[in-house]
Design a protein around this ligand. Structure first.
Ligand code: PLP
Length: 355
């Protein structure tokens, strides 16, 4: 099986797994919120992990662990006393649907290249501006530093969903709130984090025991925290090396699939994402004929949701073009040879459809 779905989730780094195993061992079960010695040992591991995750962000804020990036984004949006939000047209559903909770939300359009204009007008009423760092469907990198600067000047807070960029590119400068997810940076599933700039006040969305400074109740898992921390530290250590590897993979895949049309900008993009289309391609058939390759249909915004892609629509693609699209995602553990082989297989299968 060749795994080419790195935007959906990344493989667990062996280093992250090793860090987790310590807290899954017989003597690693203590509640990190307990005052006794094993509890304090578990709490210390959580704090080490918090520091490692904090290194993903700019200085001057704190990390709140959550169960996922979806939860972090809910806390950022629902936990603030903001009022209406303005969110880019290509945000993940975790932002779009949560922003709609206000009843009144605004959409910031993107260009045909899948990149938002850094000078896009903000509605006066918007108290929160949310634009992601790297899009999950097409990989386009947004000009978040300039948007954050403008949000500040307009008196609004700036939320950045950095799920796809964290640990891969430099953190978004100037944001007030940043959401990340461990499983997109070679860590475990089931844990995310919200970075909150010092001075930004949020109210909890999940109430209970008052953990995480009262912002997110619920017992933390030391194993998940340790895995997240180790994965974050490794990503930072390997950032250049991983990016160089992804560049090699991108060039190789583009070369084999040169007749396919790229959806979204080639330049302002994380090159571990290839969202491609071929007129007339039957993606369902391609998937069933290429079962040894794990990849996504470009037309569905969340695997299995069946919802048509609002991202490809925002680029101005027709419903047919969106249906003719696939997403290939690769990264640290993808080898050039397996990628070339998989791309050749996909291209040959498409040709056998007559496209
Ligand atoms: N934001 C983006 C850009 C994503 O790609 C995802 C996951 O697909 C999420 C948010 C949600 O992350 P999680 O799976 O941690 O809830």
């Amino acid at each position: 099986m060749t795994y080419l779905d790195y935007q959906a989730t990344t493989p667990l780094a062996p280093e992250a797994r090793a860090a987790m195993l310590r807290w899954l061992a017989d003597d690693g079960f203590a509640n990190p919120h307990s005052a006794h010695r094993p509890g304090r040992a578990a709490a210390a591991a959580v704090e080490v992990a918090r520091e490692q995750v904090a290194a993903l962000f700019p200085p001057g804020g704190k990390v709140v662990f959550t169960g996922s990036a979806t939860e972090a984004l809910n806390l950022a949006i629902r936990g603030g006393p903001y009022g209406p939000a303005a969110v880019s047209a290509i945000e993940h559903a975790a932002v779009r649907d949560t922003a709609r909770w206000f009843g009144e939300d605004f959409e910031l359009p993107v260009g045909a290249d899948g990149v938002i204009d850094p000078e896009v007008p903000f509605p006066d009423e918007a108290k929160l501006i949310a634009v992601m760092q790297v899009n999950n469907e097409i990989g386009t990198i947004q000009p978040v530093a300039r948007l954050a600067e403008r949000a500040k000047a307009a008196g609004a807070l700036f939320l950045c969903d950095a799920v796809q960029g964290a640990g891969k590119i430099a953190p978004p400068a100037g944001a007030d709130l940043i959401a990340v997810s461990a499983h997109k940076l070679y860590g475990p599933k089931g844990i995310g984090a919200l970075w909150v700039r010092d001075g930004v006040h949020l109210s909890p969305v999940i109430l209970g025991g008052g953990q995480e400074g009262g912002l997110r109740s619920g017992t933390l898992s030391p194993a998940l925290c340790a895995g997240f921390g180790a994965a974050a530290a490794l990503s930072l250590e390997r950032m250049e090396q991983d990016a160089a590897h992804v560049e090699t993979l991108w060039t190789a895949a583009r070369d084999v699939l040169s007749r396919w049309t790229l959806n979204g900008s080639a330049e302002q993009r994380w090159h571990g994402n290839l969202n491609l289309r071929l007129d007339g391609l039957d993606v369902g058939r391609l998937m069933s004929e290429c079962r040894t390759i794990a990849f996504s249909a470009g037309s569905a915004c969340a695997s299995g949701s069946g919802r048509p892609s609002h991202v490809l629509a925002a680029l101005g693609l027709s419903a047919a073009q969106a249906k003719n699209s696939i997403r290939l995602g690769f990264g640290r553990y993808t080898t050039r040879d397996e990628l070339i082989e998989a791309c050749r297989t996909l291209d040959a299968a498409a040709r056998s459809q007559g496209v």
